[in-house]
Design a protein around this ligand. Structure first.
Ligand code: XMP
Length: 510
């Protein structure tokens, strides 16, 4: 299989580079610069290597360097930003840093005729973000692009097929970034671009079928996109060998648990066990008001319930997890705080008897997981499901959680999602939901005084959920939702719209 190595030097766009490559139907792997040797690179048979950006300066003793041998494997190398400077440095060029030199943002780029710039006009816009720059190219190299400030915005050594650009072709602000990436992949590396999630899925199903032949596999299915797609892949591979346990904690959105059961149990005919554990969760949450204590109570109860079900099944050969590629990349960086596989199944391996873990989605980015789900026939609502926290509505009810409050929130949230959902798809926020606050206030209904709860409506626009803006929704949407919620949901007498961005607020309230 054709593969590109994205050698990671710690830049903020590393994953984006790999995604951009995969969008061109070429499989890309992100590997930290110090986790692979030149020999391993050669043996793996990569068709090209991309050096990513990074925050360091190449002369800084703590800066990440790979071996110069990586440039001597005969595999084309494309350095981006720091990667470009590193290639220059390793080949004995000169890199210079000067605070007053920095270029940041959209910048006019002038390119010479060169295979890397095939189809790129002489003058276009690129995205720059740097202080250091290559002031003298190494022997054998020549400059192929410049900006008004930067004398070497691109360089190349065609003989050894080493290329570098100071700007970021992977970000959309670089007008011809995709074209440049394509030129590298297809023009320079000579790749064909025959990778796609469809053939990946078929191949993976084949491999899983082989590996797991005659074995029993257990999966905790949450109804989220990752575990749902993992379930469908594994079902295609091992059929009834797969058992999905769906712990219904009673904290899902309105009708969602039934929909999940209907989809997997009936439509897809999976070996599907729905555990109705609402009472267990409610009793574990009784009297608990602290947000972290709630998360803990929900997490621990989940594990206990899942454990009990798993014990009934007995020994399983494999425990399946919905780990996806960004989790794998993050764990490769040694930052355990963000390893999803840990918080997915916290503690389970100690108490459930199984031989191994299978992670069928560990090679895919989120958008690829969604595309795979769509290909496997997963309903649109599940493929495009908004992010939903593991503890569910438990973190959207402030104060103590009761059955009555869950009912109020489910109803209000369903109305809110229905009203926002009427907007054209491109105008919809990236995430929108309702929160039931613990605040009650006086209202009037007919001639009677009411003293009901306050619902907060939340809608955010974001690229990555690390930061988020509150969405400026049309007043009419807010008005309709507010009117309907106070009329249709018993116990709610006031509706407010949350106009906090992240930071300083977070998306969820708890
Ligand atoms: P915050 O509240 O941290 O949320 O700004 C950022 C995004 O993450 C989702 N979220 C969670 N997802 N388990 C999850 O799987 C959780 O415990 C959790 N908490 C927050 C949140 O919905 C938002 O999209």
């Amino acid at each position: 299989m054709e593969k590109i190595l994205v050698l990671d030097f710690g830049g903020q766009y590393d994953q984006l580079i790999a995604r951009r490559v995969r969008e061109q139907n070429v499989y890309a792997e992100v590997v930290p610069y110090d986790r692979i040797t030149p020999e391993e690179i050669r043996k793996t048979g990569y068709g090209g290597i991309i050096f990513t950006g990074g925050p360091n300066s190449v002369y800084d003793p703590a800066s990440p360097h790979c071996s110069e041998q990586v440039l001597e494997l005969g595999i084309p190398v494309f350095g981006i930003c720091y990667g470009h400077q590193l290639a220059a440095y390793l080949k004995k060029g000169t890199v210079t840093g000067a605070e007053d030199f920095s270029e940041y943002g959209k910048t006019q780029l002038y390119v010479a005729e060169h295979p890397l710039f095939f189809g790129v006009p002489e003058k276009s816009v690129c995205w720059m973000s740097h202080t250091d720059y290559v002031s003298e190219v190494p022997g054998g190299f020549h400059v192929t692009a410049y900006t008004d400030k930067c004398p070497c915005a691109a360089m190349c050594d065609d003989t050894h097929r080493i290329y570098g650009v100071q700007f970021h072709p992977e970000v959309t602000h670089t007008q011809y970034g995709t074209q440049i990436l394509r030129n590298f992949l297809f023009g320079i590396c000579g790749l064909k671009g025959d990778w796609d999630v469809g053939n990946w899925a078929e191949q993976t199903i084949g491999c899983l079928a082989e590996e797991l032949k005659g074995q029993s596999v257990l999966l905790a299915l949450s109804g989220g996109v990752d575990s749902s797609v993992a379930a469908l892949l594994l079902h295609r591979a091992v059929g009834d060998g797969l058992t999905c346990v769906f712990v219904d904690h009673g904290l899902l959105r309105k009708n969602e648990a039934d929909f999940v059961e209907e989809t997997f149990g009936k439509t897809f005919g999976l070996n599907f066990i729905r555990v109705d554990a609402k009472e267990r969760f409610l009793s574990a949450l009784r009297g608990v008001t602290d947000p972290e204590a709630k998360r803990r109570a929900i997490g621990e109860t989940f594990i206990r319930v899942f454990e009990e079900e798993a014990r009934k099944i007995g020994h399983v050969h494999a425990l399946a997890q919905g780990t996806i590629y960004p989790d794998v990349i993050e764990s490769g960086k040694g930052d355990s705080a963000v390893i999803k596989s840990h918080h997915n199944v916290g503690g389970l391996p100690d108490v459930i008897s199984f031989d191994r873990i299978v992670e069928p989605l560990r090679d895919l980015f989120k958008d690829e997981v969604r595309r795979t789900g769509a290909l496997l026939g997963l309903p649109h609502e599940l493929v495009w499901r908004q992010p939903f926290p593991g503890p569910g509505l438990g973190v959207r009810i402030t104060g103590e959680i009761t059955e009555e409050k869950i009912r109020m929130l489910q109803d209000a949230d369903a109305i809110w999602r229905e009203e926002v959902g009427k907007l054209d798809e491109e105008k919809r926020p990236d995430q929108y939901f309702a929160v039931l606050t613990d605040t009650r206030s006086v209202g009037v209904m007919g001639d009677a005084r009411t003293y009901g709860y306050t619902v907060a409506l939340r809608a955010v626009s974001t690229d990555d959920f690390m930061t988020a803006e509150w969405t400026r929704l049309p007043y009419e949407v807010l008005e309709r939702a507010s009117g309907r919620i106070t009329n249709e949901v018993k116990g709610i007498s006031r509706v407010v719209y949350d106009i906090s961005s992240k930071p300083p607020a977070t998306v969820e309230w708890e």
